[in-house]
Design a binder for this molecule. Structure first.
Ligand code: NAD
Ligand code: TYD
Length: 350
């Protein structure tokens, strides 16, 4: 296997996956295909952008002709597909955009793969990176396993469930070599400050309110993004076609408890008196259709492929805070919108 297209590589998780594959697998040529939406930031990959086994291609997966031509020109051997609209609140405001990118975009990639890989499915691989949110919500007990029936609630999770079903359909119908993983909430560096953890870090720094939806009792199962990237590497190389794996860190936190821990860490790192940041906690109107609890059972991944998380949440959260405090320029560029010029500044004049 020689050439891999990684879609959404300029985003949060995608940039960690691209970095890992470029650095750990010099035997592959990595093509990062990304539209550079508001969530795509090429500055996330500054440290590897000149590596000889890395190339960036700007493009939209919703454009079927462009995708077909890219496959024709590059003749990739595999796709690791992360490009997506990923924020639940945005999906509530604009569901169609999520259908276009997450469903239609995925089918465009599958069609190109089906056409260009015909007769060599055993040497190729389509890896779809998905979410645990496709399983819907848990009550107080239980965990999502690979056998949990899909029951998505938000437009985001419904679009990801649809794309998972399409990937499975191409595997079942055409015999395409396809793999899916469903991961819990990620956190870590290069996370766009609209999601709970980076938004809260940013607001605490600025002394702005930390918005907590509803009573803050919803539970999420958090995984350090570099552990997710490592899991994708392990699954990509070892899964059988048709396999699905859940990825998670057995690391459940109620939103309010997580934010209290974050406030304690921020007080220490910023040299503020204990309790200062927690005063910024502000309860706001709940998210519509807010899933109560997610929890992943990743036993299959551990038993079959030997993957386990490498760090605890407390360690990971502290590292994450340290990263955001040390990378003020990145955060300022993202919040001011300057990051959207990075492509023009670095790429169009080459
Ligand atoms: P992100 O929003 O940070 O990044 C998405 C990337 O996709 C961006 O670089 C964006 O420019 C690109 N993109 C969007 N629309 C595109 C299009 N039409 N064509 C080409 N590129 C496009 O997302 P993320 O949090 O890094 O998530 C990556 C993937 O992992 C998604 O598929 C998401 O569903 C999945 N996932 C995310 C989490 C999480 O906690 N963030 C957890 C499990 C699974
Ligand atoms: P988020 O980071 O948006 O991820 P997801 O919706 O995919 O789980 O939200 C994580 C949890 O935090 C979720 O229960 C919603 C809640 N939340 C807040 O309470 N306040 C916020 O400002 C945000 C963005 C999320």
């Amino acid at each position: 296997m020689k050439k891999i297209i990684i879609t959404g590589g300029a985003g949060f998780i995608g940039s960690h996956v691209v970095r890992r594959f470029v650095k750990s697998h010099p035997e592959y040529q990595i093509i990062n295909l990304d539209k550079l939406t508001y969530a795509g930031n090429l500055a996330n990959l500054k440290d590897i952008e000149n590596e000889p086994n890395y190339k960036f291609v700007k493009g939209d997966i919703v454009d079927a002709q462009f995708i077909d031509e890219l496959f024709g020109a590059e003749q990739p051997d595999a796709v690791i597909h992360l490009a997506a609209e990923s924020h639940v609140d945005r999906s509530i405001a604009n569901p169609l955009e999520f259908v276009m990118t997450n469903v239609v975009g995925t089918v465009n990639l599958l069609n190109a793969a089906r056409y260009h890989w015909k007769g060599r499915y055993d040497e190729t691989r389509f890896y779809h990176v998905s979410t645990d949110e496709v399983y819907g919500t848990l009550g107080e007990d239980g965990m999502f396993t690979e056998e949990t029936p899909y029951d998505p609630h938000s437009p985001y999770s419904a679009s990801k469930a649809s794309s998972d079903h399409m990937v499975r359909a191409y595997q079942d119908t055409y015999g395409m070599n396809a793999v899916i993983s469903n991961c819990s909430n990620n956190y870590g560096s290069y996370h766009f400050p609209e999601k709970l953890i980076p938004l809260s870090i940013h607001n605490i720094k600025q002394n702005k309110p930390i918005p907590i939806y509803g009573k803050g009792e919803n539970v999420r199962d958090w995984l350090w993004v570099e552990d997710h990237a490592r899991a994708i590497d392990v699954i990509f190389h070892n899964a059988k076609s048709g396999d699905t794996y859940n990825i998670g860190g057995h690391n459940e936190w109620q939103n309010i408890e997580l934010i209290k821990l974050l406030c304690e860490i921020m007080d220490k790192k910023l040299g503020r008196e204990a309790g200062t940041s927690a005063q910024l906690i502000t309860y706001v109107t709940d998210r519509a259709g807010h899933d109560l609890r997610y929890a992943i059972d990743a036993t299959k991944l551990k038993n079959e492929l030997g993957w386990t998380p490498s760090i605890t949440f407390e360690e990971g959260l502290e590292k994450t805070v340290e990263w955001y405090l040390a990378n003020e320029e990145w955060l300022n560029d993202v919040t001011s919108g300057h990051y959207q010029q990075y492509y023009d500044e670095q790429y169009t004049n080459r």
